[in-house]
Design a binder for this molecule. Structure first.
Ligand code: SF4
Length: 375
C-alpha cells in the first residue's frame, strides 16, 4: 500500500523534514550508501514572493539528509538557470546544483508514451540517478486545478521543450513523463501554498505543512484533498490511476501524520478561476463543443486576469473561438477574433491564432491584451 504522511513544520525545518520522512519509513528506506540522488524542486519562477517555488530550506534540508545517509552525490536540478538564483553553488557543499537546460542530455523516445511521440532531450542525470526525489511546492493551477508532484515532472524537459508538452495535450503529456521517470520519494513543500488565479496571478499563504510519500499519484491525491479538490476532477491523476501508476482513493493509501481537517490554513484557500460563464456578457464566446475543459480553463484564467488588472476593461468587440467549431461563419462574429487552441487551427487566418492544447493561461491574457490594443 502506498504511504503518505502529512506533517506540520516548525522553525527547525531540517528536523521537520526528517520527522516527516520517518513516518513513511525513514530516509534510509529510500537512500542507500553510495547512491546518486537527484532532487527535483520546482525552482524556475523568478519571483521573490513566497509560495511560487518549492521552499529552498526544505530542499536543502533534504539534500543534507541524503548526504548524511551516505549518498555518493546529491544533485539539485531544475530547468532554466533560475535554479542558480535559489541555490548558490558557492554556498552549498553537500549538493551539486545542475540546470537541466545544460548538457549532457540523451535524446529519447519515451516508451509507452501516449502523446509525446517525438524524441525529446532528457537530462542524463534524470535517467542515471539511483534515487529521484520529487519536491514540488503545493499550488493551485488554472489549467490542471492543482500542480504538485506529477506536474513538477514537466521541469525535467530542458528549455523550450516544455512547450512540446503544451502542444501535445498537457495532462496526457504529464502522465507520459511520470511513466518515463518514477519518483522514488515525494516531498511536497507546503510551507507556503500558492492559491488563486495562478499562473496568471495567485499569491502564497502561510501553511507550514509537508506532504511526503512513496508514490507520486497518492501524494497528489492527498494534496488535492488538502486543497478541497476531488482527485477525480484532475485529469492527469485519473489517467495515471487508470494506468496503474498509483492510487487516488483514500482506502488504498496508508495515511499518517496530522488529519487533513486539522490544517486550519485551508480556510484561506482560494481556487483559480476555472470557468468563464460569468464573463459571457462581457465578451463574445463561441464554444459549441463542451467536451474539453483545457482551453476553457486557460481562457477563463486569462479573462479573469484582465479584469483583475482593470475591472472596467471593455472586451465587447472581441470574439473568442474555443474548441472545435464546424462552421464558424454561422456564428455571430465581431471585428477582433482570437482563435484559441489547436482545435481552432482551420480558422487560423481569421484572427489572432494561439497554438497549444491548451495554450498557457498567460497566453490567453496576452492574446486579449494584444488584440485590445489593435486598431
Ligand atoms: S479544446 Fe482542443 S486545443 Fe483546447 S485543450 Fe481541448 S483538445 Fe486541446
Amino acid at each position: 500500500m502506498s504511504k503518505v504522511a502529512i506533517t506540520r513544520t516548525n522553525e527547525d525545518l531540517y528536523k521537520s523534514v526528517g520527522d516527516a520522512i520517518d513516518l513513511i519509513g525513514g530516509i534510509g528506506k529510500y537512500v542507500k550508501k553510495g547512491d546518486t540522488v537527484l532532487i527535483k524542486p520546482n525552482a524556475f519562477i523568478n519571483k521573490e514572493e513566497k509560495g511560487f517555488i518549492s521552499d529552498p530550506k526544505v530542499v536543502l534540508s533534504l539534500a543534507k539528509l541524503c548526504k548524511e545517509q551516505g549518498a555518493k552525490e546529491v544533485y539539485i536540478g531544475e530547468r532554466t538557470p533560475t535554479v542558480f538564483k535559489w541555490y548558490k553553488k558557492e554556498d552549498i557543499n553537500f549538493a551539486k546544483i545542475v540546470c537541466f537546460d545544460d548538457p549532457p542530455h540523451n535524446l529519447r523516445t519515451l516508451p509507452e508514451a501516449e502523446v509525446i511521440k517525438s524524441a525529446v532531450p532528457i537530462p542524463k542525470i534524470v535517467e542515471e540517478c539511483d534515487v529521484f526525489i520529487n519536491v514540488p511546492g503545493l499550488r493551485f493551477h488554472a489549467l490542471t486545478i492543482i500542480s504538485n508532484g506529477m506536474k513538477n515532472m514537466m521541469g525535467i524537459m530542458p528549455k523550450e521543450t516544455t512547450l512540446l508538452i503544451h502542444v501535445s495535450g498537457l495532462e496526457d503529456a504529464i502522465v507520459d513523463l511520470n511513466r518515463f521517470r518514477k519518483s522514488d520519494l515525494v516531498v511536497t513543500t507546503a510551507i507556503h501554498t500558492l492559491v488563486g488565479n495562478f499562473p496568471v496571478s495567485g499569491y502564497g499563504i502561510e501553511s507550514n505543512t509537508l506532504i511526503v510519500g512513496d508514490n507520486v499519484v497518492a501524494v497528489d491525491a492527498i494534496a488535492a484533498k488538502i486543497l478541497k479538490v476531488d482527485p477525480y476532477e484532475i485529469r492527469h491523476l485519473t489517467l495515471a490511476n487508470k494506468l496503474g501508476l498509483g492510487p487516488i482513493d483514500l482506502p488504498e493509501i496508508e495515511l499518517s501524520g496530522v488529519p487533513i481537517e486539522s490544517l486550519e490554513w485551508r480556510e484561506k484557500i482560494v481556487r483559480p478561476v476555472l470557468d468563464y460563464e460569468e464573463f459571457r456578457d462581457k465578451i463574445n464566446i463561441i464554444d459549441p463543443s463542451k467536451n474539453c475543459l483545457g482551453c476553457k480553463r486557460a481562457m477563463a484564467s486569462g479573462i479573469a486576469g484582465i479584469f483583475e488588472e482593470n475591472p472596467k476593461a471593455d472586451l465587447k468587440d472581441i470574439t473568442l473561438v474555443i474548441g472545435p467549431v464546424e462552421e464558424l461563419n454561422k456564428h455571430k462574429l465581431t471585428d477582433k477574433i482570437i482563435l484559441f487552441g489547436n482545435c481552432t487551427f482551420p480558422y487560423k487566418d481569421k484572427g489572432l491564432y494561439v497554438q497549444g492544447c491548451p495554450p498557457r493561461a498567460n497566453m490567453a491574457k496576452q492574446a486579449i491584451k494584444k488584440i485590445m490594443e489593435d486598431k
